[in-house]
Design a protein around this ligand. Sequence first.
Ligand SMILES: C[S@@+](CC[C@H](N)C(=O)[O-])C[C@H]1O[C@@H](n2cnc3c(N)ncnc32)[C@H](O)[C@@H]1O
Length: 355
Amino acid sequence: MTRGADPVVMGNASGGAVVQGAAKARVIEPAVVVLGRVAARDPEEERADMVRGLLRRPPRIDSRYFYDDRGSELFEAITRLPEYYQTRTEEAILARIADEVVESTGARELVELGSGAGRKVRLLLDAMRRRGALDACVMLDINETFLRASVEALTEQYPEAAVRGVVGDFHHDLEAVGTGGRRLFIFLAGTIGNLYPRQLARFLRQVRAVLGPGDAFLVGLDLVKDAARLEAAYNDRAGVTAEFNRNILRVLNRRFATAFEVEAFGHVAFYDPVRAWIEMRLRASRPTAASLGEGREILFAAGDEIRTEISRKFSRDSFTAELGGTGLGLAAWYSDPERLFASALLRPVPEGGPA
Ligand SMILES: C[S@@+](CC[C@H](N)C(=O)[O-])C[C@H]1O[C@@H](n2cnc3c(N)ncnc32)[C@H](O)[C@@H]1O
């Protein structure tokens, strides 16, 4: 792998690597940083979190557990499904607005949160390149395998940029992306809709806290629409979303020895118009049990359900209302002709400003 003329070492959390070039030696930042919190999070604390979720009504599993390697591959397959309008619609919006966003923000560095396979980011990187303003790119994701692959691919494709990856959790590790100026943060795919209202407010305040006055934040939002269209997107005919949903139990089995009987659960996804969110659940088709550790079990009767994800749907007004008190304000709103999806461009509001 090369970056410009100098060799680059994929590093780790242990610090910078000294790279011997033909004529010089220089210290580079590691290309991928694995944060201690993610690599060595206290397993007992993590188990306690997981158990607390399962003991709620309805039982819940945190959606970050979807994204082991298999889950990330399944998500990529979902993005190609005919029913899943979100990805292609967001791509079309980004392709249309990329130059305008880069121009209006003056961005020289791109930071993607929850970067996944890192495909859409190229639309913005290309626009930065066209302006001759592509200095750096930081990708943050919880899945190390996908992160390393995308950092490697972007390093090759954009040799003029310093590309870095942070294996981290966007709820806890935002400060790890460092500081800068003229940065464009992006959070795509409607992932922000997976956050519960209180989590969302906290997340937006945390993002605001790491933004400099010249930085901006572009957020992808799935919009409220006809329930049938929404429900079709989460109940695809090929059954990929169902497989993605059930895979979360395999992840728990591996991580916590929960011994869920994966085949005893079926996929459920429905739109709740009052909360304006899609809810994904797993429903037990027969009596079954899982282990919570220390000899404790959780029992499920046929028909019992576990909530595995919410995906909130917004309107311009409902999203703007979420910005209140976060220190972020809406600078621009872009959508597609059918109003299926939106990209909201947020800017920090100066102290004492309206938001
Ligand atoms: C819906 S996918 C979106 C991927 C990509 N940005 C796109 O637009 O297609 C969500 C991504 O966020 C990552 N993710 C989920 N929860 C996370 C968390 N708490 N912290 C960091 N990354 C997370 C997943 O690994 C996955 O890559």
